[in-house]
Write a protein that binds this ligand. Structure first.
Ligand code: SF4
Length: 263
């Protein structure tokens, strides 16, 4: 059996796409989180919410893979249970009064929307597939997890599908620029020697949730560029270059704000 992401995570020092993105968006936040390993002042309720949504989405994908029949009610219950458990387990949870109940209601509507948009021709091969790959010139390995791997019934091509929740629909070009797809295509290529298609499946946290599908592709050049970015970030970290990005969109909810002010 393949190791899980948490097993890989605890087995070695590593980089993740999230860590690389953190360094790019604010290298000082990276320093507080990954180098100093400081305790964050809070955790947004969006974290247990996103995890619960992923749990329910993976439940649908795994049932598809195993050809098991599940119901919408079971999937909604899976989301609600995971959300309650996530809230109970999160230290210093940051949530406005009534936000948890409102989010739970939104999440249930999102699962309903997701359920109604299932593709009957989707053929799921893998779900929550963890990876660890080397990046040339970088000491630490890159780790991550593919949410879902499917095979297109019409042309036989393999596709990585990444599950997202978002406050609103993504602009069309966001999928083309996103680093995660380059990283995950690189990981897939390392194992299967081919570059797959890539799909972002985004479910909006709106009053009337919608499932937005954005398909994208990555080339050898995109993957090489991503490897260059990892090498540049690695160089910055080893050289102890940590600079606040005071106009970062991370600032408004930064859990290290106090440390940043004292820096
Ligand atoms: S408050 Fe802003 S600049 Fe400071 S560490 Fe956080 S994200 Fe970076």
């Amino acid at each position: 059996m393949n190791p899980s992401l948490s097993e890989i995570r605890s087995s070695c020092e590593h980089y993740s796409v999230s860590a690389i993105n953190t360094y790019i968006n604010c290298s000082l936040q990276y320093f507080f989180k990954y180098v100093e390993k400081l305790k964050p002042s809070h955790t947004s309720i969006c974290l247990p919410f996103g995890t619960a949504y992923h749990t329910a989405r993976a439940f649908i994908a795994n049932a598809n893979k195993a050809k098991q029949t599940i119901t919408q009610a079971e999937t909604v219950a899976m989301f609600a249970d995971a959300f309650h458990a996530g809230i109970a387990q999160t230290e210093n949870l940051k949530a406005e009064e009534g936000e948890a109940a409102a989010l739970e209601e939104t999440g249930m509507k999102m699962i309903e929307s997701l359920w109604n948009s299932r593709d009957p021709n989707e053929f799921v091969i893998e779900c929550n597939k963890a990876f660890i790959i080397p990046v040339e010139g970088v000491e630490l390995a890159l780790i991550g997890e593919l949410d879902m791997l499917t095979r297109n019934q019409e042309n036989g091509r393999l596709r990585i599908v990444d599950f997202k929740t978002a406050a609103r629909k993504w602009p069309e070009d966001k999928a083309q620029k996103d680093l995660q797809s380059s990283a995950y295509c690189m990981a897939f290529q390392a194992e299967y020697n081919t570059i797959p298609d890539f799909r972002f499946e985004i479910c909006t946290k709106t009053k009337k949730p919608e499932v937005q599908i954005l398909d994208t592709t990555r080339t050898e050049k995109d993957i090489a560029k991503f490897a260059n970015i990892v090498r540049a970030v690695d160089h910055g970290i080893k050289s102890k270059v940590f600079v606040p990005n005071c106009s970062s969109f991370f600032c408004s909810d930064c859990p290290f704000k106090q440390h940043c002010e004292n820096w």
